[in-house]
Design a protein around this ligand. Sequence first.
Ligand SMILES: *Cc1c(COP(=O)(O)O)cnc(C)c1O
Length: 434
Amino acid sequence: MNAVMAPRHERTTAEWQAADAAHFLHPFTDFQSLAKKGARIITRADNIYLWDSDGHKILDAMSGLWCVNVGYGQQALVDAATRQLKELPFYNAFFQTATPPAIELAELLSEVTPPQFKHVFFSGSGSEGNDTIVRMVRRYWDILGQPERQVIVSRKNAYHGSTMAGASLGGMSGMHAQGGLPIPGIVHIEQPHWFEVGRPQGLSRDEFGRVAAGWLEQKILEVGPEKVAAFIGEPVQGAGGVIVPPETYWPEVQRICDRYGILLVSDEVICGFGRTGNWWGCETMGTRPDLMTFAKGVTSGYVPLGGVMVGDRVADVLIGQGGEFTHGYTYSGHPVACAVALALVGEAQTCGLMGALQLVKDKASGTPFPSELEVGMVCRGHCFGNGLIMRAVGDRMIIAPPLVIARAQIDEMAALIRRCLDLTLADVRGRGWM
Ligand SMILES: *Cc1c(COP(=O)(O)O)cnc(C)c1O
């Protein structure tokens, strides 16, 4: 600690940035380039707005990181956390103990999830939830006397978190390139991205949906059906760029999973808790998953919490025949996190609120910009400069605003987006890129 440093609340933006660069390694960040540029310091928030350390007001069209679904400054959540912190800030659920908030939340989750879900396994995050998925899926087949069923099929450009198992399940090649991933027993098929994959082949969305689901069957046959344990997917790929699959995709995936008896896992970390217009993305897409991962929206990001909803097919085996499941986290069922989730679960709203805009050089032909121009980043820069947080995944601009966003605020957001797109267009023309 530097004794001459000003007290926290009196630091200038430059001082915050210097201290940040000196000590704080940010997630998914090129440390050197951030240190040169200086981080944007966010100091407070209310409803759907953030303020930075220079006093700029910013419309947060990304709900923090897909999580602050009820918006900032919800007093009920603050009160729930405060009450629980005073009464019982922590106790674990190991060694045959439990706390009331964890039990009540488990009960409530089984009410708001599809009927096959009556049990939950808590974790501290979505990544941990997906680690639990890998352990649980393999354990399930072990108990059933089919230990050779190890392989989990996932998709390229999927995001399932950043732990060893999460990053392995995910299909981000940049992540696999670091740390020797994926771990054994995880394979990937192509994603159902119509604009990039199906459209250039002249397929309609519906035709492409069936073709893309067919890749799962091909992979199952290639690996050997007796070795395939599960298929995992996000109902709508979030971090990959809000890739909404064709309507024909998920029902066909469900049929294929049923045909080969393999478990279907729905990663609901983004889609859960109302993001797609129903409580769960699987309801919007028409599937009956055996397991669901959740996190983010469950506490609106106010405190960390995640978990796995365990459907009857798996629960009956784990509970009825399994003996000890040697897996769990110190914070599984953390009472404060569960108390916040309980305060929230009753009031989540539902409306389909995630979207993407693919920036292309020529709208008629759909010709993309050369990727090295990073047009998405140019657009993101204009957004930041004009008080809007919109994320860029390549040249795909994505939003997922808090579900509490009001009608007039949606108009305000749309006007900001339009202005930033116009600025981007002028900028890109000015650079001679189109
Ligand atoms: C964010 C995310 C995760 C990882 O959750 P963390 O809480 O960051 O570990 C997993 N799956 C999906 C679909 C996500 O969007």
